[in-house]
Write a protein that binds this ligand. Structure first.
Ligand code: F3S
Length: 399
């Protein structure tokens, strides 16, 4: 890879240890993937923030970098292992909280905006169309490549931090137009009309198009929340972190339907639901906000829950970004939701929090959460609409 004089200088250690370490990571990555050069970026999102995933070695690595490392571009974080303020309410131990706060302190020292969310594009970290960035979390990467049309690979935690320190990323993969061309088509004849329907569609397309870039025709309309649910699901179940949806995503018009085309019927959608849902009636945990809830989703939850009570045997979490919760506070949604016994889980989510063994099952609107709650947290799962999940929280049963 060709480096500029300044980049060579950084690599030699003349601009500090953290910068040198970061440059080594970027150069190694670039050489593995055949990048010719580093390109400037304006935004970073770092995953691998939960102490549950990092452990003590991860924390030591961050502390070392924070000694002289400072970010060069707008940088935010993926969800942490707990609500950074109200962690006790979510049943997090003192020991875990203390370690998690040290992780956040190290990022803060580096100059990172310690807003922990997988929807940074809703709360101030929003790149423009065509801009090169370095983001980590798969749903956020898929949304930003597809719906916004920015350019990013799915970075690992260390490479995202390295890009934040240098303000650059190696030019390969999804930074190049040639690698953003769809190579499998889907003609959707199924009636896709709700958040979990988009998740189930993502399950179907991700599984059929593993390692490929889907081009999707037949969706007449989709809200921002439905697109974030679809992107989270399609990449979880196997596709590359970019898709093109005819008449909906900005780059779809540049492409045409690939030669391999799969039709998606109502039966395919129903079969996807069947594959995603386990069999149980009594619900223990309901978690909404994967990806993190938008303010409109919180409005829907508040309106549906108003005057109701969460069942004694159920815990209901609303996962969202802290700035989104501030909007909910201002509008009065928080008061309505918390009066029912539901809990906000800001800065975290049901997948990155240390929940293994705490709940035997979960009901959710998210097909992505089904995958991780089942695989990582060993919970049985139910996928359904907001209304169905909230009814389960109130009645304690899935109906
Ligand atoms: Fe976000 Fe956690 Fe889901 S990071 S996409 S809420 S698994």
């Amino acid at each position: 890879m060709e480096l500029t004089r300044d980049e060579e200088d950084i690599l030699k250690g003349n601009q500090g240890n953290a910068a040198a370490k970061s440059m080594k990571i970027l150069v190694a990555l670039g050489e593995i993937y055949g990048a010719k050069k580093l390109i400037p970026i304006n935004s970073v999102q770092i995953a691998g923030v939960s102490f549950h995933n990092l452990g003590d070695p991860g924390l030591e690595y961050l502390d070392e970098l924070a000694k002289d490392g400072r970010t060069k571009v707008t940088t935010t974080l993926n969800p942490a292992g707990m609500d950074l303020k109200d962690w006790k309410k979510l049943g997090i131990s003192e020991e875990f909280a203390s370690k998690q706060h040290k992780v956040i302190a190290a990022f803060s020292k580096m100059g990172v905006i310690t807003c922990c969310t997988c929807t940074p594009y809703l709360v101030g970290n929003l790149p423009r169309y065509g801009e090169h960035i370095a983001w980590s979390e798969s749903s956020a990467v898929t949304f930003i490549n597809s719906v916004v049309g920015a350019y990013t690979n799915k970075e690992g935690g260390p490479s995202a931090i390295a890009s934040a320190m240098i303000g650059k990323t190696p030019e390969y993969g999804l930074h190049l137009d040639v690698n953003r061309v769809p190579n499998i088509g889907f003609k959707v004849e199924a009636d896709v009309k709700s958040l979990p329907d988009f998740g189930a569609l993502g399950y179907f397309i991700g599984n059929k198009g593993k390692g490929k870039i889907p081009f999707i025709a037949g969706i007449k309309n989709a809200t921002l929340d439905e697109l974030k649910a679809f992107g989270a699901s399609v990449v979880t179940y196997g596709s590359k972190p970019i898709y093109h949806m005819e008449s909906i995503t900005p780059d779809a018009a540049k492409h045409s339907m690939p030669s391999e085309v799969i039709t998606v019927t109502d039966k395919d959608l129903k079969d996807s639901y069947d594959a995603l849902n386990d069999v149980f009636d009594e619900v223990k945990f309901v978690s909404l906000g994967c990806p993190h809830c938008s303010i409109d989703e919180i409005r829907r939850i508040a309106e549906y829950l108003e005057g109701k009570k969460v069942n004694d045997g159920v815990e209901l979490w609303i996962a969202t970004a802290r700035p989104t919760k501030v909007l909910a506070d201002i509008r009065g949604y928080t008061e309505v939701i918390e009066a029912t016994g539901a809990k906000f889980a800001c800065d975290t989510c049901m997948v990155v929090a240390p929940l293994k063994g705490r709940f035997e099952n979960v009901a959710t609107t998210s097909a992505k959460a089904c995958f991780y709650c089942r695989g990582k947290n060993k919970m049985q799962v139910k996928l359904g609409s907001f209304e169905k999940c909230l009814d389960a929280a109130v009645n304690g049963r899935w109906s």
